[in-house]
Design a protein around this ligand. Structure first.
Ligand code: HEC
Length: 142
């Protein structure tokens, strides 16, 4: 009885330290990879923009800047500036997503320039999520 007990104890000890070692290795590996989720931000890549707004900025550069400008300051005879814009300020994010989807025809009563804002900015493949990222960026410019 006593002998088997001692035998079991000596057999279990090396197993226990092996498990501890594995745990330690796992912890080191985990801590080594932990930093990738929030990369350091520089002023160049949008600084204080949320991840959504930063993604929206990329999309807006691609799909909206032809008419609204590379820096979204507007283009004469085309789209107005996104900066400090009362339309963007006065509408909720959901309303803005709906607006972009629908656009504003040149002959719409609220059209200010006589130039059309095309539905989806001309890119019907933009998803709801992408539009909401873009709107997040538009809000960040206010
Ligand atoms: C082909 C040119 C064109 C493209 C591309 C375009 N827009 Fe526009 N957008 C306009 C014009 C023109 C207006 C102003 C219409 C008016 O005079 O009422 C406008 C107006 C807007 C407004 C309302 C601003 C205000 O103060 O009334 C928002 C918001 C907007 N666009 C967002 C976008 C977004 C986001 C994209 C890209 C997904 C985009 N636009 C792409 C031409 C464009």
């Amino acid at each position: 009885m006593l002998r088997t007990n001692r035998l079991m104890r000596t057999r279990h000890r090396p197993l226990g330290s092996l498990a501890l070692l594995l745990l330690l290795v796992a912890a080191i590996v985990a801590s080594g990879c932990g930093g990738t989720e929030s990369p350091p931000r520089t002023p160049d890549d949008g600084g204080d923009l949320s991840a959504e707004a930063a993604a929206g900025k990329e999309l807006a550069s691609q799909f909206c800047s032809a008419c609204h400008g590379q820096d979204f300051e507007g283009v004469g005879g085309l789209g107005p500036s996104f900066h400090d814009d009362s339309f963007i300020r006065d509408h909720t994010e959901a309303q803005l997503v709906a607006f972009i989807k629908e656009g504003r025809p040149a002959d719409a009563p609220d059209n200010e320039s006589g130039v059309a804002m095309p539905a989806y900015g001309g890119n019907p493949r933009l998803t709801d999520e992408q539009l909401s990222d873009i709107v997040e960026f538009l809000k960040a410019l206010q």
